[in-house]
Design a protein around this ligand. Sequence first.
Ligand SMILES: [Zn+2]
Length: 176
Amino acid sequence: MRWYNHVLGGTLAELIITSGTGPVFNNTLAAGISALVPDIDSPYSKLGHNLPVLSHGTSLVLGHRGPIHSLLAGFLYAILVSNFFPDLVVPAMVGFISHLILDALSGGVNPLWPLKFSVSIPLFSTMGFRELFIATPALMAANAWAVWNFIGVQEAGVIIINGVFNMIRQVISNIA
Ligand SMILES: [Zn+2]
């Protein structure tokens, strides 16, 4: 799956699970970013491209869609996140697991590694026609529906502006 479809899958899962309640901006952002994390095992992914040493290393040692695409890796990721952002562990997990589900729909994954239990419901091939012309528009529409249904368009705008403003304020206070 393309990186933006993983982001859209993570945000959609988070919006549906929380029904848009709680700290929506931080949670949705954490889920969207965490939905990219399993592909750190591919130097050709969005995240892997930006962290070449880590991605080449993991892909060489562990392979793409290997141990990093498992619930065990998700658990380790949760521990890592809990050290820095304890409030965001659950949305981070939602994003991580949404990645495994979307990869199961586009090829297959081995979520219970080291046990051999591959899940493959190949509705889409990665980069294929159906991913681009069915999955992407469907994920965009579903996200739009979730925002409209759970939060409201105007309220979502306020949440985004406030969230970005808070992030900038935090970055400035960290520098100062
Ligand atoms: Zn993947």
